[in-house]
Design a protein around this ligand. Structure first.
Ligand SMILES: O=P(O)(O)OC[C@@]1(O)O[C@H](CO)[C@@H](O)[C@@H]1O
Length: 484
């Protein structure tokens, strides 16, 4: 495996970024992380984690194969396994990135134009990490999309369901508390009522944030105890972990959401969630979205998920439906009390009602499963940009979305968030953007000067532990007409 310590990105970051006109997917505004950079999490991911993840995915398919009885389907699935093995060879031999085979899916032009234009001759280790990693998941999808019977097969579905059922303590801690419809104490003065709302907002935003620290792709070998610790949602725990939010715009977010700028007069606002992980994290997102509707702060929530299995645990429509249905009909928690089960059912029923009434809407644009960063959103997905420009706040959940917002490059950590996300902050019509991210990879911005350097010294590994987080807001240029 090549290692080149003299490469510019192994050096301290340049003070000034690349001029915007020279930025492209292979040349981020600051130097990219690439698989051959040993100092970066890119190296371990491309060299070790991705082959391990793929190996487990093959095991999953073999399990399905052994349970199948129809010969035609068996033969078809055997071909999927053979394609997965080819992908494994390509990963392990560090092959060049070939075009995606046309499987009739709508995202093919996005992928193949991008490969032709920017990554001709690049391989898994020398292409920017973000692109190479996303490409691997698209290739994994191709293994199935070329089949006759298994086009929508999700190799990670079993794992995603499993972690939700293993999160029972935190699941019921939240359902017991939030199942009953939320109502404000009518005896409170206007000022006290607003303060009570602020406190709830603060707490639930944090629950939504820390829901991101249980990540299947990283925590495959976690014990039940480890999971419990990470998922604790109690007040004391949240107060303690708030100290780990290194860049924290929570107060600014509340100021905006509680102002007349959010939503139209007398009507709550529209909030969009660009989702990250299924299972427990999605459950936390929904608890938050539920309260945002009940409190009247929001009248509409749009959830944006992926069209197919992505970065192991990302939400697909199937995962979204699975969560809501299994809360009502599932038998995932045989050990819990009737009261606990009833609370989960009550909440699940309310959430399904939101879907029926159009207060919660699930969407899955092809751009979210492309290799592009969000710097390219307006250019490559103008329809999506226009759609999001109508939102009052777009919340990006998790590490991968944060990498895509910030071009996954060596940006100096004290760079303000609205500089690091480029034109998604500066374009006319750009919506307000909030990143709720527990830090699980190299790129960091929006934190105080010197903090990253201090943590590098005191806590090696802090960037991938999920112990630290950022809550960063860009105000955007909402309301200004979008120009193409
Ligand atoms: O987006 P998420 O679920 O918060 O994190 C995704 C993740 O686990 O995958 C990547 C490495 O494979 C890292 O960016 C990150 O740590």
């Amino acid at each position: 495996m090549a290692t080149d310590r003299s490469h510019p990105s192994a050096q301290p970051p340049a003070k000034y970024p690349r001029t915007p006109s020279r930025v492209d997917p292979n040349n981020p505004p600051w130097p990219a992380y690439r698989g051959y950079h040993e100092y970066s999490f890119a190296h371990a991911t491309m060299g070790v984690r991705l082959p391990t993840i793929l190996g487990k995915a093959i095991d999953d398919v073999v399990k399905t194969l052994n349970d199948e009885y129809d010969e035609e389907k068996i033969v078809d699935l055997t071909a999927c396994i053979a394609r997965m093995e080819d992908l494994m060879d390509d990963l392990q031999d560090n092959a060049k990135l070939r075009p995606i085979i046309d499987d009739g899916e709508g995202d093919i032009p996005l992928w193949n134009k991008m490969i032709a234009r920017y990554f001709r001759g690049k391989d898994f280790m020398n292409a920017p990490w973000l692109f190479a990693e996303a490409y691997k998941y698209r290739r994994l999808h191709e293994c199935f999309s070329l089949s006759k019977y298994w086009k929508t097969y999700d190799v990670f579905f079993r794992q995603k369901c499993d972690t939700f059922s293993r999160s029972s303590d935190a699941v019921f801690e939240l359902s017991l508390r939030f199942a009953k419809p939320w109502q404000q104490d009518s005896s409170l003065s206007q000022e006290d009522a607003l303060e009570a709302k602020r406190v709830m907002f603060h707490e639930l935003t944090q629950i939504c944030l820390w829901g991101n620290s249980t990540d299947l792709s990283l925590l495959i070998n976690m014990t039940e105890e480890d999971i419990k610790k990470l998922q604790s949602t109690g007040g004391d725990h949240l107060a303690a972990t708030e100290q780990n939010i290194l860049g924290n715009h929570l107060s600014k977010v509340w100021e905006y959401i509680s102002s007349s700028k959010f939503g139209s007069a007398g009507k709550g606002g529209r909030m969009d969630f660009v989702l990250d992980n299924a299972g427990f994290e999605l459950y936390c997102d929904c608890v938050y979205a539920d309260w945002l509707i009940q409190s009247g702060l929001c009248s509409e929530i749009r959830f944006h998920g992926k069209r197919f299995a992505w970065f192991v645990s990302d939400v697909t429509r199937q995962d979204f439906d699975w969560l809501l249905n299994s809360m009502i009909y599932g038998q995932l928690f045989p050990q819990v009390s009737d009261e606990e089960l009833a609370s989960l059912r009550e909440m699940g029923a309310r959430w399904k009602e939101y879907v029926k009434q159009g207060k919660w809407i699930y969407e899955d644009h092809a751009f979210w499963i492309s290799g592009y960063t969000f710097w390219a959103l307006k250019e490559e997905a103008p329809d999506l940009f226009l759609h999001l420009s109508e939102s009052d706040l777009v919340v990006f959940k998790g590490d991968l979305n944060h990498r895509k917002l910030t071009f996954d490059c060596h940006v100096p950590p004290s760079t303000p968030f609205d500089v690091a996300i480029g034109n998604l902050a500066t374009e006319a019509g750009a919506p307000p953007v909030l990143s709720l991210r527990t830090v699980k990879s190299d790129v960091v911005c929006g934190i105080p000067e010197g903090k990253a350097e201090q943590l590098d010294k005191d806590e090696p590994g802090w960037k991938i532990s999920g112990k630290y987080a950022v809550v960063l807001l860009s105000e955007g240029r909402k309301g200004e007409p979008v120009q193409f």
